[in-house]
Design a protein. Sequence first.
Length: 190
Amino acid sequence: MVERECARLIERYAIEHIIETGTYKGTTTRFFSSFGIPVDTIEIDQTNFSEASASLRDASNVTVHIGNSVSVLQTLIPKLPSRTLFYLDAHWHSYWPLRDELTMIREHLPQAVIIIDDFKTPFRNYNFDCYIQGPCDINYVRDVLPNTCTYYYLNKTLRVPTGVGKLFVVPDTPSDLVQLENGVLFSTTP
C-alpha cells in the first residue's frame, strides 16, 4: 500500500530526483531506484553505510552518502530540481535531524514532496518513533512544514497489518483526499 502511494506521488508530481535520509540497509533505496530516476541516500552509521553501498552497487542511479543528513543535504539541496521527493527516515540517534531537514526543504524547495517515516498517525495502530523531544507527530513538525503544503495519512479504513506510520506532504491539495474526524486528511486510494 505504501509502495503504491509512493509510486502514485512520483507519477503525479513528475518527480525528477529522490533524496532518502536514513539508508539503513538500503531496502527503501532499492525500491526508489526501480523508478529509474536519480536517488541520493544518506546514512550516518558506517556499518549500515558499508552494507547498503555493497547491496546497491548494481543500482547505477543511486549514490550512497555517509554523514549527518543535514550536513549532506546542505551540499545536495542547491543542485536539486524543484520536483524532488524527500523520504525522511534519519531519526535514530541522539540528534534527531527531522526539524532541521524540514527547515532546509521549506527554505529551498517548498514545492517538494515529502514522506516522513515512523510517524504517529491518528486513528491507526501504527508504530512511530518517540524521543526526548516527544513523539514523531504533527505537533512536532507542523511549524517547519512548507507554508502552502497539504499533509495526509493513508486511509484509516483500509485493512492492513500494523506497521510504521507515515506522513505524506504535497505542495497542493489533491482531489483524492478525504477529510475525516477533526479535519485529518486521508488518501482515498487503495
